[in-house]
Design a binder for this molecule. Structure first.
Ligand code: GDP
Length: 298
């Protein structure tokens, strides 16, 4: 929690402290208050739609409770935000193996996240195999290998330019042979060619289905929190291409734009499952809505 709290410091200054300021500056909870609150939310990367929804929900709560006490209004707002963020926030690992496909644009933190996730899962006693199915760049395979060595897990790789589906095929075979709990697949999750990505993901899903028919597939989209509203737009585009089951929001540490977690869930309905709070191997955390809200508004 301390790491999350420290990581969210700038977001706290940019979002929560401003909201608290607005709440404390009004003696009456009237339309002027809601207008200023909405404007503050919009200016803090929450987006127009989500900001309006939050204010509408707060209007109802304030009316229902009849409160004018700033501390209570803040409490209601925290509850509303936590409510938005709640969903299927946990990774579901109830099949053996579970296959986790990781997609996202270059630089978002895909490789780092896979390394951290492999480490976390291994530390919790899971056997993990990583598939280097982003075969587009040799550097991607090498980097991933460094991370799997750090995490102490197996990697299945082919040479650069080879068929990603063939790598996944080998990884699934190896995973089953080695009694793996989780197979994490790096993919060339590029957006500039939507049809290619869609075809590639379909092909990978087919391979998984044919070779491990009972396994659940989680598709995680890695987004860089520092890109703010752009990350929300990216998620919207990826959603048209893939059945995303969860978001990993990276680089939450240091950015002031950590509020975008709220519109991502509210507008796209995709739960955030993991957050990156640093560059080290133990800097990936499960996302707990209540902790996030507490860290922001404490
Ligand atoms: P990829 O191109 O998507 O595979 O991105 P990488 O995993 O190579 O990450 C790109 C850069 O972001 C690297 O310098 C990482 O150290 C950095 N990075 C990834 N996740 C985090 C995070 O949670 N916090 C911080 N501060 N940096 C991160």
């Amino acid at each position: 929690f301390e790491k999350l709290k420290n990581g969210l410091k700038n977001t706290k200054d940019a979002l929560a402290s401003k909201i608290t300021g607005v709440i404390n500056s009004f003696t009456k909870i009237d339309e002027d208050f809601f207008e200023e609150l909405e404007e503050t939310l919009i200016l803090s990367d929450i987006g127009a739609v989500t900001s309006a929804n939050i204010c509408e929900a707060l209007r109802k709560e304030v009316k229902a409770t009849g409160t004018t006490d700033p501390a209570e209004v803040k409490g209601l707002l925290k509850k509303i935000i936590a409510g938005i963020l709640e969903g299927e926030n946990e990774l579901i690992l109830d099949t053996k193996p579970t296959v986790i496909l990781v997609i996202g644009v270059n630089g978002a933190g895909k490789t780092t996240t896979i390394g951290k996730l492999a480490y976390n899962l291994k530390s919790s006693g899971k056997k993990v195999v990583v598939a280097a199915a982003d075969t587009f760049r040799a550097a991607a395979i090498e980097q991933l290998e460094v991370w799997t060595q750090r995490a102490g897990v197996d990697i299945i790789k082919h040479s650069e330019g080879s068929d990603p589906a063939a790598v996944v095929f080998d990884a699934v075979k190896a995973g089953i042979a080695r009694d793996a709990d989780v197979i994490i697949c790096d993919t060339a999750g590029r957006l500039h060619n939507k049809k290619n990505l869609m075809d590639e993901l379909k092909k990978i899903a087919r391979i998984v289905n044919n070779n491990a028919p009972d396994s659940r597939v989680e598709t995680l989209l890695v987004l860089d929190a520092t890109t703010g509203q752009n990350a929300v737009n990216q998620a919207r585009l990826f959603k048209e291409t893939a059945d995303i089951t969860g978001i990993v929001l990276t680089k939450l540490d240091g950015t002031a734009k950590g509020g975008i977690i709220i519109p991502i869930k509210e507008e796209l309905g995709i739960p955030v499952k993991l957050v990156g709070v640093g560059e080290k191997i133990d800097d990936l955390q499960p996302f707990v809505p209540r902790d996030y809200v507490e860290a922001l508004f404490e």
